[in-house]
Design a protein around this ligand. Structure first.
Ligand code: ADP
Ligand code: ZN
Length: 599
């Protein structure tokens, strides 16, 4: 009898059990049916097509838009003893012919193909001469014309169904919204496919949103140093200039930081991405151009120095942390300036009024997440239609924010806006309230106003938070025509007249996430274990370099951490560690046992 899915999971991949819906999906595809799989990043989508490719006769063809990712996946599969190859534009004609011959000879379990290559008559012809186990369409949301990962070549993929009606297809994506799901099913002719929807929760990610101070860079630096020294992370900034400046500044502070954005010279950009992928502990400072296709599993934190556009963006970007399931941080510094800027980008865009309205609503949902006194995760999942309980692993759960009655301060702030003619931004208004004399103040005679100095008892940080929350709550709005001046809104009156009270979140001067689970892998180990973990990492680094693959392709952090904790005494014990399959046991077993001190 040939081995079943579980035997392959254990023997080849070295994992003891399937996760969530994996087993059901594998059975479904092995039986020859179509599937549409919605699973969050890090959920374990790859096994859903890799194992059926091994179990069904013929080659499993995987469509993937990302060339760098293909190479890593093929390298990783090869190390597991799976016969895998890829066809894409990065290889020369000779290499491609070699792969084609192997395919025709039935020597491949899995073949990764770029979509533009797959849909050529030549490639389709080649496939028609081959026995095919299945088609897997990875990153299937690329068919969606509304999403920002749209790839026109993906629209051609319905040809697979027409040319190869008997071959099962499995489409996979980490995009959660129902609209995209419907679009995928329609465009790939998967209406009859069974849909598998997983929870989109990423329990290992700890969410933290802090109030921006004068120097968000310094807040970031403290966060990296105290929580993630020497670990890999991504820092998102809105503009290319800020990316360059932040990367250079972090580097000057001794952080191993690189930059990435679409305006850079192509060669440098590619080199930086490769270093991030292969080296350990690189911090990538990037615009959201650095996004899809980063499947580095050991990204320990994603930090936002600027507010994303929407909940979708926030979820997707933070989702790049902790794919390996180990603790990771999603950290964001947020302030009034972010809110002003994002609103302006929407208002000043060339888009239709309808599009602006939708964008505004999406931004509001994200502001709701920033300002909430409740669980961040409940908000986030709720936005995607998923019910959940307070998580215990976000800043508001770990240290519930205090709310306070800010009615008096709100009235003072709104009066300041009104008395100065609704022509000034928060910085100037705070000077007025705090009675801070200066050239601009005297030029406008603002020191002669009744509101001058009425808020001297409240510090600047708190005033900033008051103004921010007034805007977020809709009691004031930002006029972009007038360079970000604050104006009263329809709701201001009730507050000014004392008819409505205002509750606000109290600012907490906090740079780092509150306790709870520490998101550093080494921190979860004891003193002795950390030493061994570091030695294992050093060995892995040398091994990765000699094979020219990223370190995580050799072994994951989680595997090394488990070895450091359990100190397996022999090959049998080592085989019981997650991530050590038969091939890796044979290849690395002796070296690992020696490092543990068992050999
Ligand atoms: P996705 O493509 O959904 O983002 P991957 O397929 O890359 O996720 O898997 C994420 C991580 O989880 C990988 O490191 C993978 O090896 C690991 N993984 C997947 N399935 C299992 C499992 N059943 N048991 C243990 N680890 C798993
Ligand atoms: Zn929570």
């Amino acid at each position: 009898m040939s081995p079943g899915p579980l035997a392959i999971l254990r023997e080849t991949f070295g994992y003891p059990a399937f996760r969530g819906p994996q087993e059901e999906i594998v059975d479904h595809v092995v039986a020859g049916h179509d599937a549409l799989v919605l699973m969050p990043t890090g959920g374990g989508k790859s096994l859903c097509f890799q194992i059926p490719s091994l179990l069904r006769r013929g080659t499993g063809v995987v469509v993937s838009p990302l060339i760098a990712l293909m190479q890593d996946q093929v390298a990783a599969l090869t190390l597991l003893g799976v016969r895998a190859a890829f066809l894409n534009s990065s290889q020369d004609a000779e290499m491609a012919r070699h792969v084609e011959r192997a395919l025709l000879a039935g020597d491949l379990d899995v073949l990764y193909v770029a979509p533009e290559r797959l849909t050529t008559p030549r490639c389709l012809d080649l496939l028609s001469k081959t026995r095919l186990a299945l088609f897997a369409i990875d990153e299937a949301h690329c068919v969606s014309q509304w999403g920002h990962d749209f790839r026109p070549e993906y629209l051609q993929l319905s040809v697979l169904h027409e040319r190869f009606p008997g071959v099962p297809r499995i489409a996979l994506t980490a995009t959660a919204d129902p609209q995209t799901r419907t679009e995928i099913a329609a465009r790939l002719a998967l209406q009859d496919a069974r849909v598998f929807v997983s929870s989109f929760d990423r329990p290992n990610i700890r969410y933290t949103i802090v109030d921006k101070t004068d120097s968000s860079r310094a807040q970031l630096l403290r966060f990296i140093r105290e929580e993630h020294a020497g670990e890999a992370g991504i820092v998102y900034c809105l503009s290319r200039r800020k990316v360059d400046e932040t990367a250079a500044w972090l580097e000057g502070q001794g952080i191993n930081a690189l930059a990435y954005h679409a305006g850079m010279e192509g060669g440098i950009r590619t080199a930086n991405q490769a270093r991030f992928q292969c080296e350990e502990g690189v911090v990538m400072v990037a615009t959201i151009a650095f996004g899809m296709g980063i499947d580095k599993p050991d990204v320990r934190f994603v930090a936002h120095l600027d507010l994303p556009k929407s909940m979708e963006g926030y979820y997707q970007e933070t989702g790049r942390a902790g794919r390996d399931g180990l603790p990771a941080d999603a950290w964001m510094a947020y302030g009034l300036g972010d809110l002003v800027l994002q609103r302006r980008l929407i208002e000043q865009s060339e888009a239709s009024e309808e599009f602006k309205r939708v964008s505004g609503a999406k931004l509001d949902a994200l502001l709701g997440l920033c300002e909430t006194a409740g669980c961040r995760r409940v908000r986030l999942l709720g936005y995607f239609g998923e019910d959940s309980r307070p998580c215990g692993n976000c800043d508001t759960c770990l240290e519930p924010p205090q709310t306070w009655d800010a009615t008096e301060e709100a009235r003072k702030a709104l009066s300041a806006i009104y008395r100065t003619g609704q022509r000034f931004g928060a910085v100037h208004l705070i000077d007025v309230l705090r009675g801070k004399a200066g050239e601009r103040i005297s030029r406008w005679d603002h020191d002669k106003l009744g509101v001058f100095g009425i808020g001297a008892d409240v510090d600047e940080t708190s005033w900033r938070s008051v103004f921010r929350q007034l805007v977020a709550l809709g009691y004031a709005h930002v006029d972009h025509e007038a360079h970000g001046a604050l104006k009263l809104s329809a709701d201001s009156r009730a507050v000014l007249k004392g008819e409505r009270s205002v509750e606000m979140r109290r600012v907490v001067a906090r740079s780092k996430p509150v306790a709870g689970v520490r998101a550093s892998v080494a921190a979860a180990l004891s003193g002795d274990e950390v030493g061994l973990f570091e030695r294992l990492k050093a060995w892995r680094g040398a091994e990765a370099r000699s094979q020219s693959v990223p370190a995580y392709v050799v072994l994951h952090d989680s595997t090394l951490a488990q070895i450091a904790r359990d100190r397996p005494r022999d090959l049998d014990a080592l085989a019981g560690i997650g991530g050590i399959g038969a091939k890796k046991l044979e290849k690395y077993g002796p070296a690992l046992l020696e490092l543990v001190g068992a050999a």
